[in-house]
Write a protein that binds this ligand. Structure first.
Ligand code: G6P
Length: 611
């Protein structure tokens, strides 16, 4: 949700900023811009559209500029055009700002500034901040740092920002409240970015800003303070991050790469955590907090989007094997609902990015009400990872494709490890524990096997690529998979798709079924198999076209349906890790066939850091 990058050093700033923006493009891609300083003057280029379009605006003219800021936007205030694109300028043309977040009191501030004679060019909330900094700059003897700090005290809302002032070509200022910001330390150069992805090919030494901190970057120095002017000693972390992990590695899209990586990422999530002999698991991050989980009277899982679907599967698992009452809440609802929480409730927030604003707010609400708050995150060092009492990392590696795939299977994996661990500490027998653990260990090969049938799935996808609607049905553990399958299709192909519990079909969706309606059934051999077969009959009786995800060896089902995609058998609670794979591929190939921008679907952003 908007990506920001800043550079100060001795090298050409523009190529570094463009490269950084390309790596942050998953955060927003409706418009982009760059500002640099030369001869005490700001140079700005902005453009609606992708970074590649912005890149074309730069000529050798920018070669000497060694300080700059860049932004890729996901519009909140004002339509995505080049006027509303960042960086924004103040009235004097001396201050330039890039911003991720929302200035909630921008309207009041703007009115006051207009009364003082400021003239605005854009419809954005961000421009207000540029003008506000200018006010304080003029009032404080051109003290740039003070001006930024004072302006931020007036702001309500969230920001991750970068600011330049043409009178100070040797200083770049960054600040954070609510939106992530990382400082990268180089030799004679320093970096600022929303995410380590943007700086990782220049430096591995970083520090994450906390809320209400500002970073003053010079070529040879970085100073971090609070907005109240207190110096802060920061721990500089060394990140273990491979540049290859954020390249496409020969695949047409990041999404396909990430789907194909799943045998490895599922393995990585389990690595060192699965104890086959004992039939249990070890989760270092929460091991010291097991008591609170074991004696919790209630577990509340909260998340958004795909992570919310993983949470639903977690609910089924934990209730079945740990016998603890579990609720799943959309983080956006949870935060405004005054939920009943107490010391006996454990809140578990699930998030790939660890930066989703609603999930972060839900965590804060949980802590406020004295609940124990745990996190399941992918991005190491993310806000959610840092703000929770304890947690478990997915270790799935960076996920760049906007539609989440490998993070989902790793989230379900972590939830199943947690279930195994807690189950074994309560009522699960060691033989059952060993059985489940063995099954978990065999998942990477099973996923590999499903992926080897990608070409067959592609053929089915091509046949249905021009459908207007899709229905996804499943029961039990596979009901959340139906929701996730439908979400994948919606997100990247723009086909309307709904996921439903199969039995609920009779209470509404059945009215939609005709011979133009593809219905995807997740119909694996589990405790609800016979019921699902009856639901398939009901669809066929109404001329619906059925694509079934079925268990290997189930030849009978192929007589009932139009297409079958087989997956290997596994433990019922682990089946979602297998059944989601063909649905990810189906959505991917349909989107490609329709000519959609798979990695950057319209209107979406990977990391939703605004409400
Ligand atoms: C956005 C992304 C989804 C993701 C959701 C939650 O909507 O496009 O792919 O599932 O945010 O994100 P999180 O990072 O918290 O899992």
């Amino acid at each position: 949700m908007c990506g920001i990058v800043g550079y100060i050093g001795c090298r050409e700033a523009v190529p570094i900023l463009i490269d950084g923006l390309k790596r942050l493009e998953y955060r927003g891609y409706d418009s982009a811009g760059i500002a640099t300083i030369r001869d005490n003057e700001l140079k700005i280029k902005k453009k609606a559209g992708k970074i590649s379009q912005l890149e074309q605006l730069f000529s050798s003219d920018f070669n000497d500029d060694t300080i700059g800021i860049g932004h890729t936007r996901w519009a909140t205030h004002g339509e995505p055009n080049s006027v509303n694109a960042h960086p924004h300028l103040d009235g004097s043309g001396k201050i330039s700002i890039i911003h991720n977040g929302i200035i909630e009191n921008y309207y009041t501030l703007k009115k006051e500034l207009i009364e003082k004679g400021h003239v605005f060019r854009s419809e954005t909330d961000t421009e207000v901040l540029a003008h506000l900094i200018q006010e304080f700059y003029n009032a404080n003897g051109n003290d740039f740092e003070k001006a930024v700090r004072f302006a931020l005290t007036q702001v309500e809302g969230t920001y991750g920002l970068g600011v330049l002032c043409s009178d100070h070509p040797d200083v770049l200022i960054g600040a954070r409240r609510g939106s992530p910001l990382v400082v990268g330390y180089g030799e004679g150069e320093n970096f600022l970015a929303s995410d380590v992805c943007a700086v990782v090919n220049h430096t591995k030494k970083v520090t994450y800003l906390e809320d209400n901190e500002i970073a003053i970057l010079e070529r040879d120095n970085v100073t971090i303070k609070t907005t109240e002017d207190q110096l802060v000693e920061k721990h500089v972390e060394k990140i273990a991050f491979d540049i290859e992990k954020i390249e496409k590695g020969g695949h047409a899209h990041f999404m396909l790469k990430e789907i194909m990586e799943q045998p490895q990422t599922i393995f990585d999530t389990m690595r060192g955590r699965l104890l086959l002999e004992e039939g249990t698991a070890k989760l270092g991050g929460i091991q010291h907090d097991l008591e609170s989980l074991l004696y919790a009277r209630r577990v509340l899982l909260t998340a958004c989007g795909t992570s919310w679907h993983a949470a639903l599967i977690g609910e089924y698992m934990l209730e079945e094997y740990v016998r603890v009452p579990v609720e799943v809440e959309y983080a956006s609802e949870f935060r405004y609902r005054d939920p009943i929480l107490d010391r006996d409730t454990v809140v578990i927030a699930i998030s790939q990015s660890g930066e989703t604003a609603d999930t972060l707010a839900a965590i804060r609400e949980g802590k406020q009400k004295r609940a124990k708050v745990l996190g399941i995150c992918n991005v190491v060092g993310s806000s959610i990872a840092r703000e929770t009492d304890a947690g478990v990392y997915l270790h799935a590696g960076p996920e760049i494709g906007v539609a989440s795939t490998k993070a989902f299977t790793s989230q379900v994996m972590v939830l199943s490890l947690m279930t195994l661990l807690l189950g074994r500490m309560t009522s699960m027998s060691s033989s059952k524990g060993r059985e489940i653990a063995q099954e978990m260990a065999s998942l990477p090969q099973k996923v590999e096997k499903i992926l080897s049938h990608a070409e067959e799935i592609k053929k089915i996808a091509v046949q249905y690529a021009h459908s207007q609607n899709f229905l996804y049905l499943g029961r039990g553990y596979n009901f959340p998979v139906a929701l996730e399958g439908a979400l994948k299709l919606k997100e990247i192909s723009y086909i309307h798709a709904e996921g439903y519990p199969a039995a609920e079909m009779k209470h509404g969706p059945i009215a939609l079924i005709d011979n133009n309606m593809p219905v995807v059934f997740i119909a694996t051999k589990d405790s609800t198999y016979d019921k699902i077969l009856s639901n398939i009959e009901e669809v066929k009786a109404r001329q619906g076209r059925v694509i079934a995800i079925a268990t290997e060896g189930d030849t009978e089902i192929s007589k009932q349906v139009d297409h079958v995609i087989y997956v290997p058998q596994s433990y019922e609670m682990l089946m979602p890790i297998l059944t989601i794979i063909p649905l990810q591929l189906l959505a991917y190939y349909i989107a490609v066939e329709r000519g959609c921008d798979v990695d950057q679907p319209r209107n979406l952003a990977k990391s939703v850091t605004v409400e």
